[in-house]
Design a protein around this ligand. Structure first.
Ligand SMILES: [Fe+2]
Length: 131
């Protein structure tokens, strides 16, 4: 049986439009709130149409010394121009970008997973220090 991890794609976000981009401070203070912005298509825009769009982004954190990763936030993007007039005729579109406010007592690695409705799962990660 194939493992799911084999279907989670990784690449450089500067050349691949599906890779989530995690923006946050390199180092934060223990227990102090900070913002993490996760988006994609920063260098090469990803389409946002009824037929082809980013469905969701989930942010996880694996804190140093912890056995498992923690889910930090999950954002669903549910408007892609659908309407009674047909595909791409609606006035409302959600952009695939989310800003999460969080805190951590430990340094670790942030992992973002994004799902494109026709190109599947994409992952990226970023270290975050606590100083
Ligand atoms: Fe796509």
């Amino acid at each position: 049986m194939a493992e799911l991890s084999g279907h989670i794609k990784k690449a450089d976000w500067k050349t691949e439009k599906h890779v989530p981009v995690i923006e946050c401070p390199d180092t934060v203070k223990a227990g102090e709130m900070f913002g993490v912005k996760v988006t994609l298509g920063k260098e090469i825009a990803h389409p946002n149409t009824t037929e082809h769009h980013i469905r969701w982004i989930t942010l996880y954190m694996h804190a140093e010394g912890e056995k498992f990763a923690y889910e930090v936030a999950h954002a669903e993007f549910n408007a892609h121009g659908e309407s009674t007039e047909g595909a791409n005729k609606g006035p409302v579109y959600t952009h695939h970008e989310v800003t999460v406010t969080m805190k951590t007592a430990k340094a670790g690695t942030l992992h973002a997973l994004a799902f494109c409705n026709i190109h599947g799962l994409w992952e990226s990660s970023r270290e975050i220090g606590v100083g």
